[in-house]
Design a binder for this molecule. Structure first.
Ligand code: SF4
Length: 420
């Protein structure tokens, strides 16, 4: 196979180039974009959608590849070709997990796509811990800490806003509050504040108080949880604005946290060491364990502080509990894609009262079909009254078909709710 040259992102480029970030979670990524801006980069979050995105994806990514790869790469190429940017003054940034799943290879697919589109000169930066190095891009301690804090804040803003938006008496109040907090946090990060210790705790309390003050009606809504492959579960581009659709249908939605995915990734080191051994895995485990404990402290701090302010919101019980839920159903060594996390998330949502679950499955994703769709029977046997529907997402699937299947699920959910 022909090797593709990597274009290095230089220190000079840091001054002149704009980093384009693909969209995944609108609240979290807005905060993360600000983290880059506040640390000396010109950064822009892509928001382009529509048929041209997948057309570009299919044009430059092999059609056997995962649907999320086609969308992420398609969104970037569509943006570059929009005429909005100077093609010689942009760089693309993409995550690289380093796991066994194809997500680690999206970066190579992106470079290949750029080459095929005669834009091999565009630098692509790997957002990872040390997989690729660029002199102009460094994950400093400040960026890492602000990034993690951004994820914690993003998770909390999503969790609380999802529980107020469907019931708010003053329409639009929840979204305004979310935007207000994105602006506050961005300002704080810029001044090197608000992302550790007491300042962070104080912000979490203030966020909980603000959402607690939103006036709500006492309407009864169908509670729906969304699980699935990380991009399709979270990104409106990937799931055809699933959450908006569900809220329009009169539902309240819960989506698991992004922090849970990071904790899952760190926890896997334990099973790598246990099942596969090897000097490198055994030596790196203690460091990953310390990282896991620190991130878990962030999670506990969040729920503890919300609970101090109000009991109005449904809060998850934390990573350790969630992990234990799939014991006896799927092994914790199943860690390709979302692996055991997906099964545990379905059980957690059911336990929290979100008994209607959509399992969002992308085309080309074998691991999540096993840990998601493949586990529905076992989950339903354990959590008896859970109503799970797998929905497939691929370039040819129309949103009408997906919505019709979801409406069918909702009609069963409505009957169940009326019986109750
Ligand atoms: S989780 Fe599925 S969709 Fe995502 S990279 Fe892996 S195989 Fe592809």
């Amino acid at each position: 196979m022909k090797e593709i040259n990597r274009v290095i992102f230089t220190k000079q480029m840091k001054k002149d180039y704009t980093l384009l970030l693909p969209q995944m979670l609108p609240i979290h990524f807005e905060i993360i974009k600000e983290v880059f801006t506040n640390n000396g980069y010109k950064a822009e979050l892509l928001t382009n959608e529509g048929p041209s995105v997948i057309q570009e994806g299919l044009k430059y990514v092999h059609n056997d590849m995962c649907y999320p790869a086609q969308l992420v790469i398609g969104q970037m190429l569509d943006a570059i070709n929009s005429g909005k940017y100077d093609k010689h003054k942009i760089a693309l940034i993409i995550t690289q997990t380093g796991g066994g799943c194809r997500a680690s290879n999206y970066i190579f697919l992106l470079r290949k796509a750029l080459e095929r589109a005669n834009m091999a000169y565009v630098p692509v930066i790997s957002l990872s811990f040390g997989l690729e190095k660029n002199p102009g891009f460094k994950l400093t301690n400040r960026i890492i800490l602000q990034g993690f804090a951004g994820i914690v804040y993003g998770d909390l803003l999503s969790l609380l806003s999802n529980q107020t938006r469907p019931y708010e008496i003053n329409k639009g109040e929840t979204n305004e509050l979310v935007q207000k907090w994105i602006n506050i946090l961005s300002d704080k990060f810029k001044n090197n504040k608000g992302y550790i210790g007491y300042a962070m705790k104080n912000n979490l309390i203030r966020i909980a108080k603000d959402f607690d003050n939103i006036e709500l009606n006492d309407e009864k809504k169908i509670k729906v949880g969304i699980v699935g492959e990380i991009f399709i579960k979270f990104a409106p581009l990937g799931n055809n604005h699933l959450q908006d659709f569900l809220e329009d249908q009169g539902c309240e939605v819960m989506v698991p946290s992004l922090l849970g995915f990071f904790l899952y990734g760190m926890e896997n080191a334990k099973y790598d060491k246990q099942y596969y051994g090897g000097f490198k895995r055994i030596m790196s485990y203690p460091i990953k364990k310390i990282g896991l404990n620190i991130v878990e402290t962030f999670e506990n701090m969040t729920y503890k502080n919300v609970n101090k302010v109000t009991q109005k919101f449904i809060l998850p019980k934390g990573f350790a509990h969630m992990k234990s839920l799939c014991n006896g159903i799927i092994d914790h060594g199943v860690k390709m894609g979302e692996g055991w996390l997906l099964t545990s998330e379905m059980l957690e949502l059911s336990e929290l009262g979100y008994k209607n679950i959509i399992c969002a499955q992308p085309f080309g994703c074998l691991p999540n079909h096993i840990a998601g769709k493949g586990m529905i029977r076992s989950v339903s046997e354990r959590a008896k009254d859970t109503n799970i529907v797998p929905i497939d997402y691929d370039p040819s699937a129309t949103s009408v078909n997906q919505e019709n299947r979801i409406k069918l699920m909702l009609s069963i959910a409505k009957e169940n709710m009326e019986k109750e």
